[in-house]
Design a protein around this ligand. Structure first.
Ligand code: UDP
Length: 315
């Protein structure tokens, strides 16, 4: 039975990965300091055979008894409002946290998978984004704390691969949505759904013409696990290439919910990328992976989740 550590294991993606890996017969250890993670995401796993939760900040020395086969490093604030509120923690977990997690991988002879991001491409000048694009990042802008931490994390991962022979994988995750996103995480899908369910105006930033490409969480998790199981050590984009404007997303959410909400334009945040769409040729070729869930189907599932959450804890 492989034994797998997930840092950020109580977060949105970390908890879905924990479910998927337990289902595949892994023993799973979720590590989280619960700054942005939430125990409710993994409460159904407590008491289950092969599951362990450890509350720890991964920027501190990690000691784990026993063998570890895989380390999935997912700990980080990951939504723009989170990393604007937690800039130092974001930089620390991407740099010091990645160093500690890689150190553990070296010590245990474990395979290491880094959760990187489409943010390494910044406000891209190449469209769609391919893995060989080096990006257009403002290091000193408000998003720089996340973008540069993840770029450093990629560099550190490649250094451990090249100089210490650690087996590494790097996934560049594009916008992902689904159940267990936080109501208040400020991301566009969770915010629009929450607003539409309450018939409040949808806060579209700028003129809403900026684009994103949204991947449903089950597709994202499948792609990440295929990458983990592959022998590909260069970065791989995992995301859904179906691109739309933020305004179109708002209109679709309003229509699916049958909401009375209207669209309200707000100021565009600094350095907000104007376009984003993954080129997934590498994932298709090396992992035989492509997303399967349509935006409509994914949004419907996410809306059901938010209805339940809002009913149980109205905000
Ligand atoms: N956005 C928006 N209204 C919101 C939240 C976000 O118009 O209430 C926009 C944001 O400016 C960006 C896009 O939606 O262009 C996606 O934002 P998100 O925070 O989900 O993640 P990002 O892709 O920017 O990392």
């Amino acid at each position: 039975m492989p034994r797998t550590l997930i840092t950020g294991g109580a977060g949105f993606l970390g908890s879905h990965l924990a479910d998927a890996l337990l289902n595949r017969g892994h023993e799973v250890i979720c590590m989280d300091n619960l700054i942005t993670g939430d125990l409710r995401n993994i409460e159904h796993l407590f008491g289950q055979d092969g599951f362990l939760f450890i509350r720890q900040d991964v920027t501190n020395y990690i000691h784990l008894p026993g063998p570890i086969d895989n380390i999935l490093h997912f700990a980080s604030p990951a939504s723009p409002i989170d990393y604007l509120k937690l800039p130092i923690q974001t930089l620390k977990v991407g740099s010091l946290g990645t160093h500690k997690a890689l150190g553990l991988a070296k010590e245990k002879n474990a395979r290491f998978l880094l959760a990187s991001t489409s943010e390494v491409y910044g406000d891209p000048l190449i469209h769609p984004q391919k893995e060989d694009y080096w990006g257009n990042v403002n290091p000193i802008g408000p998003r720089g704390v996340y973008d540069e931490a993840k770029r450093f994390a990629e560099a550190m991962t490649m250094a451990y691969n090249r100089y210490h022979g650690v087996e590494t994988r790097i996934v560049r995750i594009f916008n992902t949505y689904g159940p267990r996103m936080r109501v208040e995480d400020g991301r566009v899908v969770s915010t629009f759904i929450t607003q539409a369910l309450q018939n409040q105006p949808l806060t579209v930033f700028g003129d809403g013409s900026q684009t994103r490409s949204f991947c449903f969480v089950s597709d994202e998790v499948e792609g990440i696990i295929r990458l983990l199981e592959s022998d590909v050590s260069h970065p791989v984009n995992i995301g859904n290439p179906f691109e739309m404007t933020v305004k179109q997303l708002g209109e679709q959410v309003i229509e699916l919910i049958g909401s009375q909400s209207v669209i309200e334009l707000k100021e565009l945040p600094e350095d907000d990328p104007k376009v984003r769409q993954p080129d997934i040729t590498l994932a298709q070729h090396h992992l035989d992976w492509a997303p399967k869930v349509s935006l409509r189907e994914g949004l419907e599932k996410t809306i059901e989740y938010f209805k339940k959450v809002l009913a149980s804890q109205p905000i």
